[in-house]
Design a protein around this ligand. Structure first.
Ligand SMILES: Cc1ncc(COP(=O)(O)O)c(C=O)c1O
Length: 422
């Protein structure tokens, strides 16, 4: 009998690296159901996309209502849901954001942010941070340094992209303070030896590195980058594609750190799974981007915008509950760390938590993640990994997950760790 897996392997390019072979037919809240009726608790949210769970009713209703009237308008016509979504997002975004430009994917938004920075500053250089993930298109992969595999075979990539260290205290065996000081000193040395700050258009920065291993930047490091940006007239692009829309406990992580980005990059959870991304900036910055010098056919489509507008309203109700869920998760993972030597570090913000799996000598334990993930799937839990060695559990459950489901999933991980360590 031909299985779905056979069919997909026949007609879909093998470049997709599937995280599981589970055939799902439905998603509902924190759960997905496979063809045999088995249910899985979804601790991955399609990589931090379905922040409100699968098919949240108010977003579904808003999208369906829009679907029944208008699907596409591009730049040809004016339509209301685009204004609704932009107004609502600006209302909850950092104070520095006055306007929005919509697109379809995170990578596209990252590229647009850099184009905007170059165009408005007249400078060419970009400084990114090692371990950052900013997408896979030809431009965005030039800014991505979370794994060399993502760049392998694609050189030459964009020139004048400079890579500075991002503080990874656990991996470096340092305190956060020492790691910050080391990374900042390296950045200053970069200005001395490699590129003058007045040739740099932008810092491109994740406030909590995602794909790279779930490392929070820390308020101090982010502030230091902001200060350097101000000192040298460099724009600060904050990539909140993964950290945005409530994931870390506020609408945006920049707000937790009290930093105003010059350009904010948004994607993933912006419409809870319908394709949409955006950049936000001040009126002054956008004013320098003359009409027609950038564009997108599908960007900001009516249906995704309707879902995004409804999503902001829903997130306003859900985000206040993130702290309780986050505290519970950190407490439980802290207990698991004491019980299981495989857990080396637990870090993150809100409901974006990395649980790093290591061998006795602190070396990354990639095998542990593979075993845990397989055992968890057997027991009805779906998890994803991250980090260059895929040894960090990326804990990104829905922001509105019930406390019982949260505990149940962590119990499954506890058991999986015991199986691995036995
Ligand atoms: C921080 C960050 N930026 C950009 C991207 C690229 O987004 P997309 O896959 O929608 O192109 C991602 C995707 O994981 C991301 O995590």
């Amino acid at each position: 009998m031909t299985t779905l897996s056979d069919r997909l392997h026949e007609v879909i390019a093998p470049v997709i690296a599937y995280d599981s072979q589970i055939e799902i037919v439905e998603g509902d809240g924190s759960w997905v159901t496979d063809v045999d009726g088995k249910r899985y608790l979804d601790f991955a949210c399609g990589i931090a996309v379905t922040n409100l769970g699968h098919r949240p009713p108010t977003l579904e209703a808003a999208a369906q209502e829009q679907l029944s009237r208008l699907w596409h308008a591009g730049g040809s016509f004016l339509f209301e849901s685009r204004a609704d979504a932009a107004e609502k997002i600006i209302d909850v975004a950092p104070d520095s954001i006055d306007q929005i430009f919509f697109m379809n994917s995170g990578a596209e938004a990252v590229e647009a942010s850099v184009k905007l920075a170059k165009k408005t500053s007249g400078r060419q250089g970009v400084i990114v941070f090692r371990g950052g993930f900013h997408g896979r298109t030809m431009g965005s992969v030039s800014f991505t340094t979370s794994r060399s595999k993502y760049r392998s075979g694609y050189h030459p990539i964009l020139p004048s992209v400079f890579v500075a260290p991002f503080p990874h205290p656990y991996r470096w065996g340092m305190s956060q303070e020492d790691a910050n000081a080391y990374a900042l000193n390296e950045l200053r040395l970069m200005f001395k030896h490699e590129v003058m700050p007045n040739e740099i258009a932008a810092f491109l920065f994740e406030p909590l590195q995602g794909e790279g291993g779930y490392y929070p930047a820390s308020r101090e490091f982010m502030q230091a980058i902001r200060d350097l940006a101000d000192e040298h007239g460099i724009l600060m692009i904050v990539d909140e594609v993964q950290t945005g829309f409530g994931r870390t406990g506020e609408f945006f992580t920049s707000q937790i750190y009290g930093i105003d980005p010059d350009i904010l990059v948004m994607g993933k959870a912006i419409a809870n799974g319908l394709p949409l991304s955006a950049i936000g900036a001040s009126r002054e910055i956008f004013a320098k981007w003359e009409p027609g010098s950038h564009g997108s056919t599908f960007g900001g489509n009516p249906v995704s915008c309707a879902a995004a507008a409804a999503g902001v309203d829903e997130l306003k109700k859900v985000i206040p509950g993130v702290a309780q869920r986050s505290d519970l998760a950190f407490t439980r993972f802290g207990d698991l760390q004491e019980k299981h030597p495989t857990i080396g570090d637990v870090r993150g913000l809100g409901l974006m938590i990395g649980v790093e799996l290591v061998k006795q000598n602190r070396e990354p334990d990639s095998e542990a993640f593979a075993v845990l993930s397989a055992q968890a799937q057997k027991d009805g839990l779906f998890i994803l990994g991250c980090g260059p060695d895929n040894n960090v559990i990326r804990f990104v459950p829905p922001l509105n997950i019930s406390l019982d489901d949260l505990e149940m999933g962590i119990d499954i991980l506890d058991n999986a760790l015991s199986v691995y360590e036995a």
